[in-house]
Each structure stands twice: as C-alpha cells, then as structure tokens.
Write a protein that binds this ligand. Structure first.
Ligand code: HEC
Length: 145
C-alpha cells in the first residue's frame, strides 16, 4: 500500500461511527436497573418483551429505534417531544445517546426553543451504557429505517 492509500484507509477508520456498537446483554442489565420502573417493551401482539405489563409512566419502547419521537398512540407526552417529532426527529443511536442522559437539554437544542422541556428526568447512564441500551432495544425490535 502506498502512502496515499494508507492515509485514505486511516481516514475511513477515523470516520467510522462515533459510537461503538453497543452490547445488548449489558443493555438488558441497564434497562432492568434504570428504565423498568417507568418503561416496558411490548410488541404489537401484546407480548411483554421487557419490564412489566402494567407500567405506564413512560411510553412503550418497542421499536423506539427508528420511531418518530413522541409518537406512541395514547401516551400523554409533554409538548416539546411531540414538537420535536413533528419537526422530524426520528430516534437513532446518535440521538438516543444524547437524549437519555439529558432529555430537556437535548429537546431545547433540537427544537431551538430555550423553553422546551422534557418530561423524563435525566437518566444516569454513561454514553457506553446508552449505546448498550440502544443495542438491546434494537435486538427486541429491529430498526426499520
Ligand atoms: C421516572 C420515570 C422514567 C425513567 C426511570 C425512564 N424514563 Fe424514559 N421516559 C419517561 C417519560 C415520562 C417519557 C416521556 C417524555 C416526554 O413526554 O417528554 C420518557 C420518554 C423516553 C423516550 C422517548 C420515547 C418516545 O416515544 O419518543 C425514550 C427513548 C426513553 N424514555 C428511554 C428511556 C431509557 C432508555 C431509560 C433508562 C435508562 C428511561 N427512559 C428511564 C420516564 C422515564
């Protein structure tokens, strides 16, 4: 490989996704420790894939990766997350890793509205744990986009 080719190869490496692939098994543990008190994952057939059936504080996270923000039918979201979804926010690993630990800050930035507010408290998860959670949630419902 000549020098130019190695520089190009290196650049491709550096440009690889900013977030390492998460580990679904670790994500499952984080979900059980931090998220289950408010969220569950229930598929369209009504099967409970994670958490408990009768948890209603937070929206069902089935298929959340690739889903429009604030779009679970019948869940009473705050206005800011609904506004973000209407403005085009579709959850991805990149946006979830930012949103989960700092929902209000993320929504302020995304909507450009300094008064935006999220109804979910900031969750104490590291970027690695957030990536693991995304991998776990994706394993329960593969992203469609
Ligand atoms: C104390 C309750 C609570 C806990 C704990 C909690 N959440 Fe939430 N979550 C909420 C609420 C309430 C909302 C709706 C936010 C809004 O309306 O602004 C929400 C929204 C979300 C959304 C947006 C979903 C959508 O439909 O757009 C995601 C993603 C999410 N939470 C992930 C998590 C993850 C992952 C964890 C664990 C690390 C977690 N949450 C822990 C209450 C909670």
């Amino acid at each position: 490989m000549n020098l130019r080719a190695s520089v190009v190869a290196l650049a491709a490496l550096v440009a690889a996704p900013a977030f390492a692939e998460g580990d679904p098994a670790s994500g499952e543990a984080v979900f059980g420790r931090v998220c289950v008190q408010c969220h569950h994952v229930v598929n369209d057939a009504g099967d409970v894939l994670a958490g408990r059936a009768n948890v209603r504080t937070g929206p069902n996270l089935y298929g959340v990766v690739g889903r429009v923000a604030g779009s679970v039918e019948g869940f009473r979201y705050g206005p800011s997350i609904v506004q973000a979804g209407e403005a085009g926010l579709v959850w991805s690993e990149e946006t979830l890793v930012q949103y989960i630990p700092a929902a209000t800050d993320f929504l302020k930035e995304y909507t450009g509205n300094a008064r935006a507010r999220g109804n979910m408290a900031n969750q104490r998860v590291t970027p690695e744990e957030a990536a693991d959670l995304v991998a776990y949630l994706t394993s329960l419902a593969p992203a469609t986009n």
